[in-house]
Design a binder for this molecule. Sequence first.
Ligand SMILES: Nc1ncnc2c1ncn2[C@@H]1O[C@H](COP(=O)(O)OP(=O)(O)OP(=O)(O)O)[C@@H](O)[C@H]1O
Length: 223
Amino acid sequence: MTVVSVDDLTVAYGSHTVIDHLSFTINEGDFLVVVGENGVGKTTLVRSMLGFLKPKKGTIDIPQNTKIGYVPQFRNIDEEYPLSIKDFVALNTKPRIIPWLTKKERDRVNRMIRENNLVNIAERPLGLASGGEKQRAYLAQALLPDPNLLILDESTASLDNEMKYELLDLVTRFQQNGLSVMFITHDWDLAQQYGTRFLYMTGKSYETGPINELPVPAKGGTK
Ligand SMILES: Nc1ncnc2c1ncn2[C@@H]1O[C@H](COP(=O)(O)OP(=O)(O)OP(=O)(O)O)[C@@H](O)[C@H]1O
């Protein structure tokens, strides 16, 4: 089943064309890694897929049963941030008339807390969590509404190796249960280890295919 189909997409900021005739698809259960140097349009692609930018040309076909979860690139959550990890996850419950969570919503929040290894720290202020714990909280929040496509924009960028693997192992577990993943990264090793397919954006052209065909640059490349 196709969860997103992008065909001949062109996106521009005014006269500055950033994405030029891009086509690719994401299928159910894919772990698509998106690689490419700074400024080639990776975040612009995500913003277009989320509907925030109107394509100049081409189409982004998102079937009705595709629900997207998104973990954006940068957040500035400092020590003063007042919400607990659990409350932060619960922020992504859909708008409701009564101000408190229903039992079903609470159960769902607790499930996400469990499945993202946050049980022991659920009541801790998010601002005091480590980088890896924060990323797991962002993941839990994004997964709360049960999306079938998860977009991660550089989620491992600020993490040490152990935390990177922990986070991506977790994401892989969800992927193996049918979640499709689109993971934007500058880390070619992680791309090769976790991806099933790739989209390589060079700024001039695009390549896509199974992960074993990823054209890994020589050392000193765009890593
Ligand atoms: N709102 C905007 N208005 C005008 N130009 C923009 C805007 N957002 C991004 N750009 C430009 O579009 C190009 C692509 O930016 P984008 O953030 O999509 O790249 P990226 O591949 O995600 O980069 P990075 O890896 O550094 O996050 C850049 O030249 C950037 O300066």
